[in-house]
Design a protein around this ligand. Structure first.
Ligand SMILES: Cc1ncc(COP(=O)(O)O)c(C=O)c1O
Length: 358
């Protein structure tokens, strides 16, 4: 098969969704479509009853047919996008600023009466490989004035959300934000006594061998003890799909000069699905070739295929006798790989392959 591609295991995806549900029975799951928006991924999860976190109109369109609950968790949108998502049936919308209120205030009373709004809180993202808090969230001390402003504008404020940062490597990172969020929820409940409240835990669940989902579930379940009359939702992206995908990429060229580290140029690189390696995510390549001398490994510099130097990926342990045409695999490639690939310099990005579960 022509490389690069990501082989995706849909049975594993079904099992992962069940694992989320069974480890956190109190938490409904809204898969973050941005992690992998392949129609077969959406279909498999929709069939299992999973809800969706949508963050653009394209993601709204992709999930329209499911008829399942959706959360528009991206506060960055204009009023046309908001209305189009509303017309497509989305009812939950996040805001994280007073500007978000001004946008909602442009809507008719009828539309406004159907829209349920939640606040995205700023929380520390120190335990995550990818911090999101420089871009999103409002500090809890703005919450009082924002509740008041929502009331004055006729906005139905029903909940709070936060995000611990993507690839969060410490389950405890959920504990304090949950306490803060539940405190804010009490204020909202007082201001909106008739409304059913929503606590949205966001994503952040990592793809790593060092931590299990149960480590995160333990903290979340503990903090949810005694929480009543509240819908609780999590929006895993990476944690849902990453481990289901394996990247297959080939060595396109090699260069060995003198004592310098040898360089392997792959047909996938930073522009072609592997941008997260550049941003600090730990990935490993494994050689699939039958090894004549399996124990002889050395450090190779690995780079992508383009005539550009941004796609230098770093140093990796690979077989000493690695050669042109060798096939390498990379685990945990089901999230943000096929999604983030470009066609820069005319090279194709990895496509998703694999047989969808019926
Ligand atoms: C609001 C929201 N929810 C969920 C996610 C998914 O995060 P992750 O892939 O870390 O689970 C993101 C990621 O950007 C997000 O912004």
């Amino acid at each position: 098969m022509k490389t690069p591609y990501v082989n995706f295991d849909y049975e594993q995806l079904k099992a992962k969704y069940s694992e989320f549900r069974s480890l956190m029975p109190r938490v409904k799951i809204a898969y973050a479509v941005k992690a992998n928006s392949h129609p077969d991924v959406i279909y498999t999860l929709a069939k299992a009853g999973c809800w969706f976190d949508v963050a653009s109109l394209a993601e709204v369109t992709l999930t329209n047919y499911t008829g399942l609950e959706r959360f528009y968790s991206n506060p960055i949108r204009n009023v046309d996008m908001l209305l189009e998502a509303y017309c497509a049936g989305v009812r939950y919308f996040v805001i994280d600023s007073f500007d978000g209120i001004q946008q909602l205030a442009l809507l008719s009373d009828e539309v406004l009466s159907e829209i349920k709004v939640y606040l995205r809180l700023y929380i520390p993202n120190d335990s995550a490989v990818f911090a999101l808090n420089r871009k999103f969230g409002m500090t809890p001390n703005h919450v009082g004035p924002i509740i008041l402003a929502c009331q004055q504008a006729g906005i139905r404020l029903v909940g709070v959300s936060f995000h611990v940062g993507s690839q969060c490597l410490n389950p405890e990172a959920f504990r304090e934000p949950m306490r803060v969020a539940l405190g804010v929820l009490k204020h909202i409940k007082d201001a909106y006594p008739g409304e059913r409240m929503l606590l949205n835990l966001g994503g952040g669940f990592p793809a790593t061998d060092e931590l299990a989902l149960s480590d995160f579930a333990d903290v979340i379940n503990e903090e949810l003890m005694g929480v009543e009359d509240t819908d609780v939702v999590a929006e895993p992206g990476r944690g849902m799909v990453s481990a289901c995908g394996t990247l297959f990429t080939r060595v396109l060229a090699v260069k060995k000069i003198g004592q310098a580290k040898p360089i392997a140029y792959l047909d996938a690189g930073a522009y072609h699905g592997l941008t997260e390696i550049k941003q600090g995510l730990a990935f490993e390549f494994t050689s699939t070739n039958p090894q004549s001398r399996p124990l002889e490994y050395c450090a190779w510099t690995v780079a992508g295929p383009t005539c550009d130097s941004y796609d230098m990926l770093g140093d990796f342990e690979l077989p000493v006798d690695l050669k042109v045409g060798d096939l390498l695999t990379m685990r945990n490639a089901g999230a943000y790989v096929t999604e983030c690939g470009t066609r820069f310099n005319g090279f194709p990005s990895p496509e998703l392959t694999g047989c969808r579960a019926l």
